[in-house]
Ligand binder design. Structure first.
Ligand SMILES: [Zn+2]
Length: 591
């Protein structure tokens, strides 16, 4: 009896040992859309410090040290899914140099390109890829005519992880062509390119394949569904927040972590992103069998809040770059009594958007006021929400309400030239629709912040039909008032060169707007001038934009329009039912 049991236990153990030997485990750390958060920020629920490369480095270093010290513990890969460029004064001042230095210090195993890596054109990307000590991948870009990129960005890389080959294939959204100046490169469909690379990798005997790219959550999931040899998709671009259970800060989860896609043959492919701005680090544990089949996975992102120490090497590196940044940060241009919220400008009205577009109208108005006795020739302004890259929290010490040139240049970093245009009402309405078209396939940067417009959207309607109503402010009038946008009336408005070039997919502005004047001012300068002129501002939300039924607006927001509409509808329904009841009773009585 005893010996039988012993034999059984030994047998069981040997099976366990054998299967454990054949199993291949990895811990994958990943993040995306870091957007120049080299320094920690206060982009959190209670203005607590979060993120920064110092905290990212702490997580990466700790995980690598643990993997190295404990025999048999899973190896660690740190993968980054692009958009390190653009978003703070640190990048506005130091451009590609600071991105390259910090990423080199972070030592990612592999990164891919984000659309924002093209923000300074090819000439702003070439020195970055040349300086990078780490592999950069993109399979769906034709670099033939850009030799520096062709030499430094590869379709895939194969890593040797403890004797196992792991193939990593890159991708980038073709929409980059709409968002940036991309020189002579051409960007193809992601799925076609990744399938081609999978075939090449399989021929090389690689049976663990990770897609790492920057095309947004919907495309990430499409890749997981349509490319049968991909085992795992690590994405970016849509700042998608995936989380299991109650969320730890103000981000609302779009799905579980990881998101799961089931292929036709039943294979489950996990899809991950880790929000943005270095606020979270994605952490996924994966187990593969001998054939390279993913047999188990589980994970949860880590919130990089004050509980995570900041790595000293990164903090020291920051000091090297600080003097030039400080020059801007010490130059006070005005004061605000309110927090300038730049975090929700892609979803709904944000007070930062309001003050920015108001500054456009104010600039053109003060420049051309002498034209007539009316108050302005251009009473309307629009800007894409993606033009605003961060909030300005001037209410905390040491700012004490002061806004600096550095704050403004960091938060509105693209230096887009202002342009005054004429548009027919129907084209203006079509432009508002384009801004509200996304169901998650874009990063929603195209959503428009407005001055001199009052717009109501209903996101339960299909794209192209979401504008419920739109009113425009008069300019050639003594007292500005609003009236419904008329399809065949021409409206004069101020926007940016970005939209006039069709940026973020705004093809109607590009194709239909008639250029009146290129202004001698860019967006961040207009805002700086506005603060300098008025000294103290109190930007607020004022129902310029009302949004109903948006899937990403958290329920605690004061907008509870879904229920409001339902109440209206159910009130209507109740009235009808009551009338029917009265009619029925009347008929019955009259019988
Ligand atoms: Zn992006």
């Amino acid at each position: 009896m005893n010996s039988v049991l012993t034999t059984y236990v030994i047998g069981l153990l040997s099976v366990m040992v054998m299967s454990a030997e054949e199993e291949f485990k990895m811990t994958i750390l990943h993040n995306n859309d870091m957007h120049a958060r080299f320094e920690q920020t206060t982009e959190s629920k209670h203005g607590r410090y979060v993120g920064g490369f110092g905290r990212v480095a702490t997580i990466v270093k700790q995980a690598r040290a643990e993997a190295a010290s404990r025999n048999g513990s899973a190896p660690v890969l740190y993968l980054n899914a692009g958009d390190t460029y653009t978003g703070t004064i640190w990048f506005s001042v130091h451009r590609w140099k600071i991105a390259a230095r910090f990423l080199n210090a972070l030592k990612p195993d592999v990164t891919c390109l984000g659309n924002h890596e093209f923000d300074d054109g090819i000439s702003g990307l070439d020195p970055f890829v040349t300086a990078a000590d780490f592999p950069i991948v993109a399979a769906n870009i034709d670099f033939r005519n850009e030799t520096v990129l062709a030499a430094n960005v590869k379709p895939h890389v194969v890593l040797n992880v403890e004797g196992r080959k792991v193939g990593i294939i890159g991708y980038l959204t073709p929409e980059t062509e709409l968002m940036a100046t991309i020189g002579n490169i051409r960007i193809q469909d992601e799925v076609t390119a990744i399938r081609r690379e999978c075939e090449r990798l399989k021929k090389e005997g690689v049976n663990i394949i990770i897609a790492l790219g920057h095309s947004g959550f919907k495309t990430d999931r499409r890749i997981a569904e349509e490319v049968k040899d991909v085992d795992l998709v690590i994405g970016g671009h849509t700042n998608s927040f995936l989380w299991n259970g109650p969320p730890p800060d103000k981000e609302k989860p779009e799905d579980t972590y990881p998101s799961r896609v089931v292929q036709k043959n039943g294979k489950i492919v996990p899809v991950v992103q880790a929000y943005a701005y270095t606020k979270y680090m994605g952490k996924l544990d994966v187990v593969f069998d001998k054939e390279g089949t993913l047999v188990r996975f589980q994970g949860q992102p880590i919130l990089l809040d004050e509980k995570i120490a900041q790595d000293g090497e990164m903090l020291a590196l920051l000091e090297e770059f600080r003097p030039a940044v400080d020059k801007y940060n010490k130059q006070v241009v005005g004061r605000t009594r309110t927090y300038l919220n730049g975090e929700t400008c892609r979803l709904r009205e944000c007070n930062f958007g309001n003050v920015l577009v108001d500054s456009f109208v104010d600039y053109v108005t003060t420049m051309y006021k002498a034209e007539g006795s009316y108050w302005t020739s251009a009473p309307i302004a629009i800007v894409n929400g993606g033009a605003i890259r961060m909030s300005i929290n001037a209410s905390i010490p040491p700012a004490n309400g002061n806004i600096t040139a550095g704050d403004i240049l960091g938060a509105v970093p693209f230096r887009q030239q202002l342009v005054t245009v004429d548009m027919l009402g129907k084209d203006l309405l079509a432009t508002l629709e384009l801004g509200a078209r996304s169901d998650g396939e874009t990063s929603r940067g195209e959503f428009l912040q407005v001055s001199g417009l009052k717009v109501v959207y209903d996101f339960s309607r299909p794209p192209g039909g979401r504008v419920v109503s739109a009113k425009a402010r008069c300019g050639r009038c003594y007292v500005p008032t609003y009236s419904p946008v008329a399809p065949d009336v021409s409206y004069r408005l101020v926007t940016t060169g970005f939209l006039l070039n069709g940026g973020d997919g705004h093809t109607v502005v590009r194709d239909r707007a008639i250029k009146v004047n290129l202004e001698d001012q860019d967006d961040s300068e207009a805002l700086r001038r506005y603060f300098q002129f008025y000294r103290v501002l109190t930007p607020q939300e004022e129902e310029r934009i009302v949004v109903y039924n948006h899937p990403l607006l958290p329920p605690e927001e004061e907008y509870a329009p879904a229920s409001a509409i339902r109440i209206e509808r159910s009130v209507g329904l109740n009235v009808i039912l009551t009338l029917l009841l009265i009619m029925y009773q009347t008929i019955n009585i009259s019988k």
